[in-house]
Structure formats: structure tokens, C-alpha cells
Design a binder for this molecule. Structure first.
Ligand SMILES: C[S@@+](CC[C@H](N)C(=O)[O-])C[C@H]1O[C@@H](n2cnc3c(N)ncnc32)[C@H](O)[C@@H]1O
Length: 182
């Protein structure tokens, strides 16, 4: 059964820290807007916006969307939270050109092929998530987790800039930075 993210967000305090790859590589993004896919409560979006990037956050959870919209207004940060089902057959993504695309702890492989045409030259894709090793540890479905080494292979038109995989803060994770050549 899919997770009830509204219920989850109503019962958990928001994370204040961004994903590791976002913390480490935001400074290498070109100037310009960033798309945060399935951005949840906006930990990555607010980090990026505080560093000068307008952010479009797409998300399905109404609870998350309302939280992000409220915080953006309150903190006067350029974050726009919009409702989207990213697993729909043809999800509508902003056309760009984008300085970056963030995909953090949300895996839907058909989206990967939609990135290159939306990025500006030099733009980055920042990806992070759990691996199938973590899925086994949790007894979860492997389909929603990255395969070993999967992020080493960007889609056509993007180059691998950085990659890591292994036990990080008690969980088996992977992250990567892909770049559209300048
Ligand atoms: C593990 S959370 C990650 C949130 C955020 N990216 C982060 O790193 O903090 C997964 C998110 O994916 C969202 N999500 C799941 N399925 C989705 C879909 N089909 N379309 C849009 N968002 C979805 C959930 O609502 C949830 O906020």
C-alpha cells in the first residue's frame, strides 16, 4: 500500500537539514531556477532559496504543499509549491531552462529522461536516495530503491560529475551529481 504522506507530515516535525548532495553541491549550480521534485516539506527548496535560487517544488501531499506555501510567505523566500502527480503517465514539468533539478528520496525512473532538455548548459541534477541494501534491511519493496551503482549511469546528454554509495548516518544511501555540458 502506498504511504500516506499527509498523515506522515502531520505527525513528524520537518527536517531542517537538506540532503547531503544538496548541501555539498548547491554552490556549483549556475545562477537560475531550480526544480525540486517531490520536495516534501521543502528542506532542500528552502536551503536553495536562501542561497539565491528561485525554486519550483512539485509535490502530491496537500499537507506538505500548504506547509511550504506558508513557510515561503513567512520567510519571504522564492519557493513556489505546486501540486503534481509525478507518477502520472505524462507529468507536466516546467520547461526551463533550469539551473538545477533535485530528486531527493523519491524514485520514479521515467522522470530521469525528462531532465536534459529542461536544464541550461552547465546545469546540475542532484540525486539522493536509499539503495536496495536499505530496502532489504527494512523489508521494503526494492522497486522504490536505487540498484547498486545505478546512479553511475546518467541518461544520454548528461555527464557524471560525482557519485557516492554506502552506509551514511546509519542507512545505505547513494547520491550523484549529473551535469549538462556547457
Ligand atoms: C521520502 S519523501 C522525500 C521528500 C523530499 N524530497 C526530501 O528529500 O525531504 C517522498 C516524497 O514524495 C512525495 N511523492 C510520492 N509520490 C509522489 C507522486 N506520485 N507525485 C508527487 N510527489 C510524490 C511524497 O508526498 C513525499 O513528500
Amino acid at each position: 500500500m502506498p504511504k500516506d504522506w499527509d498523515a506522515h507530515y502531520l505527525s513528524q516535525p520537518p527536517h531542517s537539514q537538506p540532503a547531503q548532495v544538496v548541501a555539498a553541491y548547491t554552490h556549483q549550480l549556475p545562477a537560475g531556477p531550480v526544480l525540486d521534485l517531490a520536495g516534501g516539506l521543502g528542506r532542500n527548496a528552502f536551503f536553495l532559496a536562501r542561497r539565491g535560487h528561485p525554486v519550483i517544488l512539485l509535490e502530491q501531499s496537500r499537507v506538505a504543499l500548504e506547509f511550504v506555501q506558508r513557510e515561503a510567505l513567512h520567510q519571504q523566500l522564492p519557493v513556489w509549491a505546486l501540486e503534481a502527480d509525478l507518477e502520472a503517465p505524462s507529468p507536466s514539468l516546467p520547461p526551463g531552462p533550469l539551473a538545477g533539478i533535485v530528486k531527493s528520496y523519491f524514485l520514479h525512473r521515467p522522470l530521469l529522461g525528462m531532465f536534459v532538455e529542461r536544464l541550461m548548459p552547465g546545469g546540475l541534477v542532484l540525486l539522493e536516495g536509499f539503495t536496495v541494501v536499505e530496502a532489504r534491511r527494512r523489508g521494503s519493496q526494492a522497486a522504490h530503491y536505487w540498484q547498486p551503482g545505478e546512479l553511475l549511469h546518467p541518461p544520454q546528454g548528461l555527464h557524471l560529475r560525482a557519485w557516492a554509495e554506502g552506509w551514511m548516518e546509519g542507512h545505505h544511501r547513494t547520491w550523484a551529481v549529473w551535469q549538462k555540458p556547457s
